[in-house]
Write a protein that binds this ligand. Structure first.
Ligand SMILES: [Zn+2]
Length: 212
């Protein structure tokens, strides 16, 4: 069914994915989870010949998920897969995350740019997970899965993603709200002239001056 020969995966669980991500120290694109295996040199194609970045990423994600199912204990087939298993998969991916998500007890909780390191864990960014689920949801149906049984579209998954988004927004001090709507500018006064002094003030000043 799959093209990965058993020799390519001599390690038992966790899979070679671990290597590819644990080596990386720099945060790159928040929205792309690297699921490429470093051991396979045959799958790397020059960018010019790739059909689309999205399609490639989707295929890699799908392969990663299928590999996750194969390594699952107890064994898990795609047809048995539920939203709960998808959540399990997302939590498994968290160990390869590159996004610092502060604990509520961390002094840097809510700071977008912490001034010092802290022991809080690196996680998958919400944007990465959200995009990943979208790709896997499409891939599931492309591989013959029925939309009504799509575990990636399960309610539990949607709720989980929303919770991750809300918590990460607070923990990282960022907003994921789409701000399409610009705040209305205050209506400018038609004339740029400074407000004229009131006649009373003028009168008073004049009066004061004249009495001296
Ligand atoms: Zn922290």
């Amino acid at each position: 069914m799959d093209l990965v020969s058993p020799q390519n995966n001599p390690n038992n669980y966790p899979s070679p994915i671990v290597g590819s991500n644990s080596m990386a120290t720099t945060a790159t694109n928040d929205n792309i989870i690297s699921t490429a295996t470093p051991t396979s040199s045959t799958t790397t194609a020059p960018p010019s010949t790739t059909p689309s970045r999205y399609e490639n990423q989707k295929r890699r994600d799908w392969n990663t998920f299928c590999q996750y199912l194969r390594n699952h204990r107890p064994p898990l087939s795609l047809s048995m897969c539920s939203g709960a298993h998808v959540l399990e998969f997302l939590r498994y991916l968290d160990q390869f995350g590159k996004t610092k998500v502060h604990h509520q007890t961390c002094p840097f909780f809510g700071l977008p740019n912490p001034p010092a390191p802290c022991p809080c864990p690196l996680r998958q960014a919400w944007g990465s997970l959200d995009a990943l689920i979208g790709r896997l949801r499409a891939a599931y149906e492309e591989h013959g899965g029925r939309p009504e049984g799509n575990p990636f579209g399960a309610r539990a998954v949607r709720i989980f993603l929303r919770e991750v988004r809300d918590f990460q927004a607070k923990a990282r001090g960022v907003s994921y709200e789409k701000k399409r709507k610009r705040p209305k500018q205050k209506v400018a006064t038609p004339s740029a002239q400074p407000p004229a002094p009131t006649p009373a003030t003028l009168a008073g000043a004049t009066a004061a001056k004249s009495t001296i």
